[in-house]
Ligand binder design. Structure first.
Ligand code: SF4
Ligand code: SF4
Length: 306
């Protein structure tokens, strides 16, 4: 049983706001005290330790934690799960996803070793549910038909931004199909990486109303954001403009002069927002979801989200 408001832990960490361990843990404790019991992270986000710190006490079993790994074979996934157990300070992990943003329905064959590893850990009781996080309509459809998959974590937002291998309407249908097949479905990027901040109420309520949707992961880095979003989920804010959003709208990805044009960031971007032109990386701000995935991929430390 999870709260409809899932605390997205990506923005707390070094890919985005880079809050301290203590401040992050305090914010997550505040969320828990508001009744939020669902926390989403990933090996790549480098915030598993933040959740471990927040819930190392007696009530750690009262929270539901989802994490994910990009591992593609058995051994690499084994290392990821062991690291997650250590960092989260838990004997088990509630949901473990194949972290698989830009892939199609073939993901389960391509990463069969990683999936087998998660199923082994589930059988031994270290993982309670196995899932996939994806931007892809075809992967969401394939997950609906995959018996071993318990949870699906697709991208969906009012703009249809970031969805691959299909349209927003097709993703809505894929979500309904997954839910009908008995999968637990929760959504990512409901604010489209910040593009929907000005219409957050409509954006959140659009996803809440989708048939089969259980929960929405929303990234939070400040107490004011937590309380604002909580008030949307609890029906105290019912329309945009009723209260001013505490989020900044001016966050942007910057590429510095130190860029050498190597293209590694282009490979790391799950949204096709980067390209190399005249030996320099260029960003299409209309496609950028401000996830921060590209930043650690740059050997020149040339990418910053500010
Ligand atoms: S990874 Fe860094 S150096 Fe390479 S193209 Fe991207 S921004 Fe430039
Ligand atoms: S350019 Fe970087 S921050 Fe923007 S969507 Fe791609 S990986 Fe994410």
């Amino acid at each position: 049983m999870v709260s409809e408001f899932c605390f997205g832990a990506l923005p707390l960490g070094p890919l985005q706001a880079n809050l301290s361990l203590q401040n992050s843990a305090k914010l997550m404790r505040q969320a828990f005290e508001l009744g939020i019991n669902f926390f989403d992270t990933a090996e790549m986000y480098k915030t598993q330790g933040y959740i471990g710190e927040a819930f190392k006490g007696a009530d750690r079993d009262q929270v539901v934690i989802a994490t994910k790994s990009m591992a593609s074979d058995y051994k690499a996934m084994q290392a990821s799960v062991e690291q997650s157990l250590r960092e989260l300070k838990r004997d088990y992990i509630d949901i473990y996803h194949l972290h698989a943003a830009r892939v199609g329905g073939e993901v389960f064959a391509e990463r069969a070793g990683a999936l087998e590893c998660l199923l082994d850990y589930k059988q031994k009781g270290y993982v309670r549910a196995v899932g996939i996080s994806t931007h892809s309509v075809t992967a969401t459809c394939a997950a609906a038909e995959q018996d071993e998959i318990d949870i699906v974590f697709p991208i969906i937002n009012k703009m249809g931004m970031g969805i691959i291998n299909g349209t927003r309407a097709e993703m809505e249908a894929a979500i309904a199909k997954a839910a009908q097949a008995g999968k637990g479905v929760y959504a990512m990027k409901v604010l489209a990486g910040g593009h929907l901040i000005e219409e957050a109420v409509a954006a959140i309520n659009y996803v809440r109303a989708l048939p089969g949707m259980v929960s929405l992961a929303v990234g939070v880095v400040k107490e004011e954001e937590l309380k604002y979003d909580y008030r949307i989920f609890s029906g105290q804010i019912t329309m945009d403009g009723q209260e001013q959003s505490p989020r900044r709208t001016s966050k942007q990805l910057l590429i510095s002069q130190f860029c050498k044009g190597c293209g590694q960031c282009v490979e790391a971007c799950p949204n096709g927002a980067l390209r190399v032109e005249e030996s320099k990386a260029r960003v299409d701000h209309g496609l950028c979801l401000q996830c921060g995935y590209c930043s650690p991929a740059c050997p020149e430390f040339a990418i910053r989200l500010i």
